[in-house]
Ligand binder design. Sequence first.
Ligand code: GLY
Ligand code: MN
Ligand code: MN
Length: 454
Amino acid sequence: MRKAPSAASSKRLESLFGPYLDRVCHRSARALEACGYGALLVHSGSLLPVFQDDRTYPFEVNAPFKVWTPLAEPDCFVYFEPGQRPRLVFTQPRDYWYKPPAPPEGYWTVHFDIRLCTDRESARGLLPPDLASTAYVGESFEGLAAWGVAAINPPRLLRHLDFDRAVKSPYELACLREASRLGARGHLAAEGAFASGASEFDIELAFLTACGLREQELPYNPIIALNEGGSVLHYQVLEKTPPARRHSLLIDAGAEFGGYASDITRTYSVADADFSALIARMDTVQQTLCAGVRAGVDWREVHLQAHRLTAELLRESEIVRCGADEALARGVTSVFLPHGIGHLLGLEVHDAGGFMRSPEDGDIPRPDGHPYLRLTRTLEEGFVVTMEPGVYFIDPLLEAARADDRSRLINWSRVESLRRFGGIRIEDDLAVTATGCENLTRDAFRAEQAREPS
Ligand code: GLY
Ligand code: MN
Ligand code: MN
């Protein structure tokens, strides 16, 4: 079950969903035609059993299914034949161990021909008998071979469908704004928990409670790191007791609404003026980078600009001994900033299609020496991206730099004094416009801070 929208927001979503679905139908029809298929069948996903047990892993709905509906139930299918209303085959198992899902309701349902069934076999009976020109998208399952589909996950068709997901419609932007609002609400509660001395685990509970979401409903497991934990990019431990001495918090956590994600990071210092100044300096870098975002900008350039600004920050903060140009040229910035500057955001936190030149023309390579950049496309109006510069004190990367000729460029005593803070990352979600961008995250924080307590 996803979080239900308020009545006002439901009305607005209702008015936006129809045009959005028309657009999905239109682009899917075009992709099917380009790839020689007559129809599309998309699976929401299967429940995966735990080895030698009768339990299953928490269900994760497939993103290509979320393109069509915000439902998050297993073994549902969308069947789409160009020119016809999309059909939703909704599985309601006859079960008394688990509560079967209620038939779908809400702003989006009027647009579908909805049919109810109890299992996969009966789902097949609600689809056209002949699927010989239908492309199937989703993981394979036992018995699928007998359904007679033309192809399972044909790569060319998937490229067409993924490519089109980058530009978000007004409906999707409304969902992304709502996901940002929920995320900001969670972050404000987490900041309060941190200020009162909570453990990583208790900070997560504060985040979840404020969002009104359980962990499996989030777009990714929150990264909540006190002190040195902040140097682990996807830190996952969630210690249940706070450390004896608390220095800092890095929290990277987002919420989900209607299947769309937010991806937000903030870093806080307990009381250290030097580290607080470094956080403020990073915030300026982040805002400078955000100010350069608009349609037509090559994202690879944004990433390289982030490294130039990081080199300046490292020099001004006396973390490196050399000039910014030398730090950049010798790859020293990558010791402190080893990840990409951002990625597409949408139905998945690292959304599909980040490298495609076009559906048919192959991929745009990453700049040399930047293996973790997840987006190389030129920005278009409607793209939603994250902007997430950082500086970290990561032991294995520092050890490697110490062992080679980068060693003399780094101020090791300064590094040693900062290691206990782990690192800094500041991450906002940006909706690209023709002339700039809408900062979904900062707008959401402002709105949540202005909200009357309920
Ligand atoms: N939360 C994962 C990321 O920022 O990419
Ligand atoms: Mn991110
Ligand atoms: Mn993040």
